[in-house]
Design a protein around this ligand. Structure first.
Ligand code: AQP
Length: 347
């Protein structure tokens, strides 16, 4: 693939990231992404956050549920600490630059690159002839989401690393093909103790909103009782916790619960192991449940309060979309000029 033509340092720091409203937000979305989004905002960096509804429809979504899930996710963002005055918060379909640049990037990305995307292979499974073309093209639209703002940094969970590498390749190829230094080469920001939260039922598969088993995940809308029950019932092995983190190797379920504890407490897994060395799950799980309830309940409560006023949520998303569009449209116009499109329509 092509060589970089410049470093991200030539572009001002700007954070972009998104979450699909393809179901309710999970603890995985929270620890891998949303919690980081809030930290970046609070560091005073320019932050743009998007509910990527166009990505969500790469698999069938009931229209009524999609609208509801988008509002619910917006409430989740705000309840977790995203301030729509300090961050730009909007839903993707309200800013058409994403889809327009997505098409251009479809013409830059190579079939071979796309075919190597493991998330497509995982999601399509044996059914790859029957899934939507959109699911295959998803990472190219994701690259457009980021590049429509010339974002330099993208906080994500571990599972999105490969898609961000593809975004870098697309940006480099665009710059090289057109002989410009136009798009930054984005840096993934994959931080914290829980960059890949695993299912509570199977420590080898990712916690996911679309897992058919609700017991596999903690939803940000779960009440305290449900959270505690799910943690109590989480799959584990029979051994006590080890006295060093290396002892978690080959114990995926135990490792997952320790990582979740660490991320919620703001500690490292090593600190957690120090405190709970030799503890049985009968001791550790209730402690984890208490911690999870203490951290998540305020978010859940605030989410349900915000959900009482859907018109206000729509207003916030609309205002965010107007601010996002004001950044993305001039960038897209420059792209059209670079690639040789006539833009003579009077507006
Ligand atoms: N289990 C996870 N651990 C850590 N981070 C996670 N993320 C998702 N699951 C975990 C991060 O959340 C952000 C938004 O992800 P997404 O909803 O856009 O897509 P996804 O990664 O495909 O998430 P799901 O829950 O698995 O959705 P479905 O089931 O609809 O496919 C990303 O930064 C992601 O890394």
């Amino acid at each position: 693939m092509s060589e970089p033509v410049q470093t991200p340092q030539t572009f001002p720091t700007r954070i972009f990231s998104g979450i699909q409203p393809s179901g309710g937000l999970t603890l995985g979305n929270y620890l891998g992404a949303l919690k980081r989004f809030v930290e970046k905002q609070d560091e005073g960096i320019e932050t743009i956050y998007c509910l990527v509804d166009m990505h969500a429809i790469t698999v069938w979504q009931d229209p009524i549920k999609l609208r509801q899930q988008t509002r619910e996710a917006a409430c989740g963002f705000i309840a977790a600490g995203i301030d729509p005055a300090r961050s730009i918060l909007f839903n993707q379909s309200q800013v058409t630059a994403h889809a327009e640049l997505g098409w251009i990037f479809n013409c830059i990305a190579r079939m071979g690159w796309m075919s190597r995307m493991t998330q497509f292979k995982d999601k399509a499974g044996k059914n790859s002839e029957n899934v939507s073309l959109g699911l295959f093209a998803y990472p190219s639209l994701m690259a457009a989401d980021i590049m429509a703002y010339k974002a330099t940094h993208v906080p994500v969970g571990e599972d999105q690393k490969q898609h961000l590498e593809l975004c870098r390749d697309i940006a480099m190829k665009f710059n090289n093909d057109y002989g410009v230094n136009f798009f930054p080469i984005v840096e993934p920001v994959i931080e914290g103790a829980a960059t890949r939260v695993m299912s509570l039922r199977d420590g080898t598969s990712k916690m996911s909103k679309s897992d058919p088993s609700d017991q596999s995940r903690i939803n940000l809308t779960d009440d305290a009782d449900t959270i505690a029950k799910k943690i109590r019932k989480a799959k584990t092995d029979m051994d006590p916790l080890p006295d060093h983190v290396e002892g978690l190797k080959d114990r995926p379920e135990a490792k997952n619960l320790v990582n979740i504890y660490a991320a919620l407490a703001g500690h490292t897994p090593a600190q957690v192991i120090k405190d709970y060395a030799g503890a049985q799950f009968g001791t550790f799980k209730p402690a984890l449940a208490d911690l999870a309830v203490a951290k998540l309940s305020p978010i859940t409560t605030e989410m349900s309060r915000l959900m009482q006023d859907p018109a206000e949520i729509d207003r916030i998303l609309g205002e965010g979309a107007a601010r996002a569009d004001a950044i993305a449209r001039p960038i897209l116009n420059d792209v059209y000029d670079i690639i040789g499109m006539i833009r003579s329509r009077q507006v």
